[in-house]
Design a protein around this ligand. Sequence first.
Ligand code: 8YV
Length: 318
Amino acid sequence: MKKIVITRRINPAMVDKLKKDFEVVVWDEDNTPMPRQRFLEETKDAHGVMTMLSDKVDEEMLNGAQNLKVVANLAVGYDNIDLEAAKSHGVIITNTPDVLTETTAELAFTLILTSARRVLEANRELMAGEWSGWSPYHMAGTDVFGKTVGIFGMGSIGAAFARRLSGFRTKIIYHNRSRSEAADELGAELVSFEELMAESDFVLCAAPLTEETRHRFDKAAFDKMKRSAFFINIGRGAHVVEEDLAQAVRNGDIKGAALDVFENEPISDAHPFTDIPNMTLLPHIGSASVDTRNNMMNLCVNNIMEVLNGGKPITPVR
Ligand code: 8YV
């Protein structure tokens, strides 16, 4: 029987589906990944693997996994995977595009409004019993309507986010490797990185991580932003030089930031971001709705089954 390794607890119905035809090993501890050593051990004789972000699929792992045919990554991003190495070992990599687009755009929208309207600060004040009364500027935030929103990375998530802005009468500008048809339809304007940073009241980073975008948001980039502007990141933490962002927010060079992703996840309460009040921080939950996570798992399971049954992957990474 071919063996499949799954590095997290997933929907049991999907494990049962796989168990009909395969031997399945699941790391069944909630919220913790299969430890690296165990991952290397278990994948030695595996034919298929379902991974998440923190599982590194690299030369070391691939060298040890001689039977491996397919790795299904439970994410649209695949920066945890060495694609070149996978190719040279003849291993197919799949991801989960499309099924998470709308859910992730909703989280981006949640972040923009939460930070603009100081929702977490206001909630913390109330919960701490510190709401002492009403005054005109008490917890006064920033309007989103009528502002300029800049999107870095106009892929499907960036476009789904931009579509949601239509009721807010915002001007939308974007920076992308190439012109986007979806953005054109929304009347969004393609601009340089410098223009994006300088003109936006809200900058949303929704790009996949590449070597060109790694640490793109550094001091020089934040220095270009308006002092009244917000930075929002739902892409990858490594787009940002975190120290530079912390400084920019602390010094008041920008108004605030909202982040769902960090360079080294998970972060703890010792991370410098956690004592900055005008930072909205979430534990990488962009695609975390039950429906979407089920759809993502289902797509991974189907990709693995297709490949191991001699068919073609449904959503291969190219
Ligand atoms: C994943 C994500 O759920 O799809 C991505 O790239 O960042 C999230 O949707 C997360 O990475 C877990 O693998």
